[in-house]
Design a protein around this ligand. Structure first.
Ligand SMILES: [Mg+2]
Length: 238
């Protein structure tokens, strides 16, 4: 048996950030990319046609079909939606429909979102220490809230103070991070931003935020940003 003391989260920590708020990306940062790719998207792919035909009388579905038809130049609306889905085209009527299918999947219990266990431990600790936590994701605020409401670890919405989507601007634009900083009332330099995407980190850093590159299963290392593979490697405090 080794005589060395067992490593604890404290002894492994190599990044310490002084901050008043924590801002987190979702996909690839606190949730595996595979959840969206292997669970969420197949779920809507398999159900799109059935969901539309089961809800044909719903005004929301009729509205989505009318939008799809107009956008596709008058051709078959369901065919257009299936085609956009197959080619991953971010057409607004398709995004709306996918949101409804996912909501129904979450509410029926067929879908449960996955969170990295180390990320969950960290956000719970930060919250208990009084640090406000915020989410910035390219999924809509409504999709983000469903994601946290129906997680494998239960309803996590109370952990987060506010959710931001691309209504504040693209994730690769520094101005988006400045807008978030204003909205949450913390100076950019006192916000710690966690993401798996170096382009987002670059934009956040240009806006003077502090950045942590989360390097999980499928994320390549970036020489430019200090990376953590486990949240026990970072501490955040005022
Ligand atoms: Mg991401």
């Amino acid at each position: 048996m080794s005589e060395l003391p067992l490593a604890t989260p404290e002894t492994q920590a190599f990044v310490h950030i002084k901050a008043d708020a924590v801002l987190l990306d979702i996909e690839g940062t606190i949730s595996p990319i595979s959840f969206v790719r292997d669970t969420l998207f197949p779920h809507s792919r398999e159900r799109l046609e059935g969901f539309v035909s089961d809800n044909l009388t719903s005004p929301i579905i009729q509205d989505i079909l009318a939008q799809a038809k107009a956008l596709a130049g008058g051709s078959d609306a369901v065919g257009a939606l299936l085609d956009w889905q197959a080619r991953d085209v971010k057409a607004p009527p398709l995004k709306k429909l996918q949101g409804l299918i996912w909501e129904s999947g979450y509410r029926s219990g067929a879908l449960r979102s996955t969170i990295f266990s180390d990320a969950l431990r960290a956000v719970k600790r930060w919250r208990s220490e009084g640090l406000p936590l915020y989410i910035y994701s390219s999924g809509s605020v409504q999709a983000q809230q469903l994601f946290f409401e129906f997680s494998v670890a239960g309803d996590l919405r109370p952990l987060f103070s506010e959710y931001f989507d691309t209504d504040v601007g693209p994730k690769t634009e520094p101005s988006s991070y400045l807008r978030i900083s204003e909205r949450i009332g913390a100076r950019p330099a006192r916000i710690a931003y966690f993401s798996d995407n170096p382009n987002e980190l670059d934009a956040a850093r240009s806006a003077d935020l502090q950045t942590v590159h989360v390097v999980k299963d499928e994320t390549p290392h970036s020489p430019e940003f200090p990376g953590i593979s486990d949240y026990c490697q970072v501490t955040v405090g005022r």
